[in-house]
Design a protein around this ligand. Structure first.
Ligand SMILES: [Zn+2]
Length: 271
């Protein structure tokens, strides 16, 4: 008789959370009961079921539901309108955020993802690094980190814990997309590639096109052409009559569909 085939669908702490929706959550890789606030061993279904039917769990569940009802009565007004911003921030934001985080974890759990990283600055001039994960049609912002220093090693130090947090094995990530800044390239070469061997670096095409555009604009050999275009623009913008004469001229020379003269616009041509 052939040996019994093993089940192929792997049970993880996240699939368990899905199975026991609203009863358990994952915290630091541990399977936590929402009601009892203690970790439960998740590998065996029988252990979880035993916990869920235990006296302690059932009484905690009752207490939790009663508390929730009380809270809702405090936050919802009699006429059913929504609470003020401070209440929403203190009570709801945290819960909504955690829920969102859990759904992100479910999307990317154990998946071969692509990573997008870019740096920007906020209105307090702090460096902010945004990390996005891509898997099939899912493109999600998964982390926003404020860095005191931005260089190849701090970018690497930012990314690796994010991969661990979302349960992405290092042998699964396949693509790293960033701008062509020297520290990003160095981060790929010296920090990420030695750890994630199959990782490919893709410099962002939008950033490259922008760089080419900037270079052309400041290219000294084009100064004569720039002056020429500016003078044409000046002579047409300030004279509607000249514009009309230009169209007439085109018609007289048998241009079937005469258009207005295209004028250069140095701030728009690369945007
Ligand atoms: Zn419990």
């Amino acid at each position: 008789m052939p040996p019994k085939r093993q089940k192929t669908s792997a049970v993880t702490v996240y699939t368990r959370v899905k199975e026991y929706k609203d009863i358990f959550h994952v915290d630091n890789g541990l399977f936590f009961c929402n009601y009892c606030d203690l970790s439960v061993e998740w590998k065996h279904k029988s252990t979880i079921d035993a916990h869920c039917t235990s006296k302690k769990h059932l009484s905690q569940q009752k207490l939790y539901i009663a508390n929730e009802r009380n809270k809702n009565q405090q936050t919802l007004r009699k006429d059913g309108t929504i609470s003020q911003a401070p209440t929403l921030c203190q009570i709801y934001l945290f819960r909504v955020f955690n829920k969102h985080l859990e759904s992100l974890k479910t999307i990317f759990d154990l998946k071969p993802i692509s990573i997008i990283m870019d740096e920007t600055s906020d209105n307090c001039a702090r460096s902010v690094v945004n990390t996005l994960f891509v898997f099939h049609t899912h493109i999600k912002l998964v982390s926003v980190n404020f860095l005191e220093q931005v260089n190849n090693s701090t970018i690497g130090q930012t990314l690796l814990p994010i991969l661990t947090f979302y349960n992405i094995p290092l042998n699964l990530s396949c693509l790293f997309l960033s701008d062509s800044a020297a520290y990003m390239k160095k981060c790929y070469r010296n920090v990420l590639k030695p750890i994630i061997l199959q990782l490919i670096h893709l410099p962002c095409i939008a950033h490259i096109l922008n760089l080419i555009g900037e270079t052309w604009r400041d290219f000294s050999q084009f100064s004569l052409l720039k002056t020429f275009l500016a003078k044409i623009k000046d002579s047409f913008v300030k004279s509607p009559a000249r514009k009309a004469r230009y169209i007439t001229h085109l018609r007289m020379n048998e241009v079937a569909l005469p258009y207005k003269i295209p004028l250069s616009n140095k701030t728009h041509w690369n945007s």
